[in-house]
Design a protein. Structure first.
Length: 320
């Protein structure tokens, strides 16, 4: 989501290049993570994606014009980062969890995915102009967005505190960050949560949070390793990927992107009244039940953000 910017693809590239430099065979160069580990993540162009099969009763929910076209035009943010959406080692094949989930949905609907990466703001322009049939790109349900778009949820929207590996410090609430130095991106939901917590600490007589901002996203991790900050507070997917791929950090606390007010949820997004939201929800429920959805999340390290069913237009983050 735009108000909770993900790390730029450069982080994934930096991590991958550091890990790949010591590899000696072709297969190893297509993965990140511990060499030979079952948790190693495939970042090569040959993804061996988890695939689904057409379900006639669900495919029938798709508007006739789209069924006749045979393709599902899906928008994704070109600004997203691993593991959500990024380029494989060939620097041209788009891969990631969002594309995998969109592909599963399209398979269930008997359609071929036409995936088009664009800038974040153009995702919604594309929906408004009917260029896209949907967007699978880490879009959080908000009350404001529900006025123009329909949503079918497929993942929790969580934030995470990431610290150096081996630390015994854990974050469960405001008092645990009192007096700590924490980096966060400006203008994001996590910044708002951290600022609110800092105020709560001061009101309770505890030390405020020393909030740090960096111009480059890669600087967060350099600062973390050098000890200039105690933790980085950002999107759980990118932190989980960094933990798995670099092996130098750990997640010490996870919270809803909606703070204490509501559990944030990520959803397939379509123009209101497009006639697709019921089909998306039904397809998502099907892949959740048959286990293919769980396999996709597991391969990208996002099992903790799984949902039990797809909800149509649930309660979203409140208006600012």
């Amino acid at each position: 989501m735009k108000t909770r910017r993900t790390l730029v693809t450069a982080v994934a590239a930096l991590t991958a290049s550091a890990l790949l430099g010591g590899c000696g065979d072709g297969d190893a160069q297509e993965t990140v993570g511990s060499k030979g580990s079952k948790n190693a993540i495939n970042i090569g162009p040959d993804q061996h994606r988890v695939r689904g099969e057409k379900v006639g009763s669900i495919a029938a929910k798709v508007p006739a014009a789209i069924r006749e076209r045979g393709t599902l035009r899906i928008g994704g943010s070109a600004d997203a980062a691993a593991p959500l959406g990024f380029y494989a080692t060939d620097d041209k094949t788009r891969i990631g969890s969002e594309l995998d989930i969109a592909t599963l949905v399209a398979d269930t609907l008997g359609l071929k995915v036409d995936f088009q990466p664009v800038s974040w703001e153009n995702l919604f322009v594309g929906l408004d102009s009917s260029k896209f049939d949907g967007v699978f790109s880490n879009v959080t349900v908000t009350e404001e967005r529900k006025e123009k778009y329909d949503f079918a949820t497929y993942r929790l929207d969580d934030l995470a505190f990431e610290a150096k590996k081996g630390t015994s410090w854990r974050v469960k609430g405001p008092k645990d960050v009192a007096g700590k130095t924490i980096s966060v991106s400006s203008g994001t939901n996590q910044e708002k949560i951290l600022v609110d917590w800092s105020k709560q600490n001061e009101k309770a007589g505890r030390k405020p949070v020393d909030i740090k901002y960096f111009q480059k996203d890669t600087d967060y991790y350099l600062a973390l390793q050098s000890g200039r900050i105690d933790a980085y507070f950002g999107p759980n997917p990118t932190s989980a990927y960094h933990v798995a791929s670099a092996g130098q950090t750990q997640i010490i606390g996870r919270f809803s992107g909606g703070g204490d007010q509501v559990q944030g949820k990520i959803a397939a997004t379509t123009r209101k009244g497009s006639g697709l939201v019921d089909a998306y929800a039904a397809a998502l429920d099907h892949v959740i039940r048959d286990g293919s959805y769980a396999k996709v999340l597991k391969r990208w390290g996002l099992s903790s953000e799984a949902v039990k069913k797809s909800e149509i237009n649930p309660r979203g983050l409140p208006k600012p």
